[in-house]
Design a protein around this ligand. Sequence first.
Ligand SMILES: [Zn+2]
Length: 245
Amino acid sequence: MSEIIKTDAVVLNKLNYGDTSKIAHLFTRDFGKMSVIVKGARSPKSKIGMIVDTMNIIQVIIYKKETRDIQLISAADLLKHFPIIKEDFEKMKYATAVIELLVQLTAELDPHPKLYDGTVRIFELINSPEKNPKFYFAKYFLFFIKEIGYQFPTTHCSVCNKELTADMQVNYNYDTGIMCEVCGKDRMSHFRFTKELFNLLQCLSTKNNNIKYSDRELDTLIMLLEKFLKYNIDEFKGLRSLKIF
Ligand SMILES: [Zn+2]
């Protein structure tokens, strides 16, 4: 079975193939992750070759055969690109971490339009000159974890189900989850939230972007979410981009 499909996609990465071609890994809106070959992409005259570049948002026409692992691109148009991210070290670091999450933790050919739309949005936000990429990455990280089916708890005690508020002493245990002050007393705690940090966590999981925070608090939360994923998903090796940049 073969068909011609048209979809939007984020280019996750690309590599040279043979003398003239490129292979790219795409996260498409309608079909999920997919590897594609762009024949003749390295010729200076190849328009598709230029467009199929890491982090670009493109619309592609693909000649898709179920029996093939790598599909053939027949046309591509550039929808969005992010020049400001590519010129800024800090923005590049967090945009690369977004790509790493998609590469490591989403399945091939498993469409997820909501995650796709959230990913395009986060690139747009990180690409705005005045926005702090670390803040938006932390928000995206929480959203991503929820969308792949491992919601990080932020509202209720995992033991007694009491609603948690920012004025409580909240503790966290990888096995039990998040705990109110009473339940936290007689259980082991792997992580103790300060009031400011718990407030930040709760705000990040809402639409509210008007929050006071310090960079150090964001680092702590991102590290906690990374550990949470490592604990839940054996294959997850952590985010390299956060270490090497
Ligand atoms: Zn409790």
